[in-house]
Design a protein around this ligand. Sequence first.
Ligand code: FMN
Length: 277
Amino acid sequence: MITDSIHGANLVDIVYGEVPAPGDVAEDFIEATKIHRDAMGWDAPGVRILETTPEMHPVVARAGQRHLSHATIELPEPEPLPTAFDDVLRRRVSAERLTADPLTAEELSTLLRHAWEPQPGTGPAHGGPPRRPSPSAGALNPLELWVVVRNVRALAPGLYHVEMPSSGTALLTRVRDVDVPALARAALQEDMVLAAPVTLVVTMMPWRSRFKYGPRAVRFALMEAGHTCQTLLLTCAAMGLATRPLGGFCDDEVNELLGFCGVDQVPLYLVPVGRPC
Ligand SMILES: Cc1cc2nc3c(=O)[nH]c(=O)nc-3n(C[C@H](O)[C@H](O)[C@H](O)COP(=O)(O)O)c2cc1C
């Protein structure tokens, strides 16, 4: 217990009142997802199963949805990023506004392929799991990446699933129309999503790592969404594009509009992207 800490602002009383209420879901989540040395076999039941079952390794490496019955578009080769990394780090900031100007398919490809494509020689096509620019606990990759296209030259508007299972495979699959004004309202950042030529969506499929890590997997997937979102934001900064990560939205409205079930496919981040004002 730390007793001599000094807080710039003490908000704990506002959260708890005088006595913490029983059944606090935020505390219950932290408690339920702890790892205890004496109970590791129960806390993370799949670790041992995976260690002792080599036949599972190729199955686990195939994580990632494919929409094989839909037509796919191959993304062009990405342009090199034009900005030095120290400048990228200094530029990253959440925009208040962006313009409605269109992006090109080449720009979208540059963004997605730099931020999400597996590292060279990785992914099931190369005999192992994808290793992306953002880390994933146990390389189990419980996240999916989607793009709501509103205004990209040569691409029909709609929801696209980003399919990059292995390095060298970079596909966009159009899965449905999207009511962008309704999505903008659901995002609680109406102006930005309404204007954005594209809005990226990061979702998690918790069971892909729950089979190994149990409830702890949800902590991991939330962390991974943070890594992935930061990689997307930094790539946008390197390209001179404006962004803002949105984590506070009306979940069920977003699920309905984008066709996610909300339990196995859980939206975590919406990221409108466009040119700076
Ligand atoms: C997890 C997370 C959730 C966020 N959710 C929202 C959101 O729902 N709406 C919004 O306008 N900004 C959201 N933001 C952006 C923050 O408000 C922004 O990062 C903060 O004001 C600091 O500004 P900066 O990013 O320029 O440093 C979110 C940021 C993070 C990291």
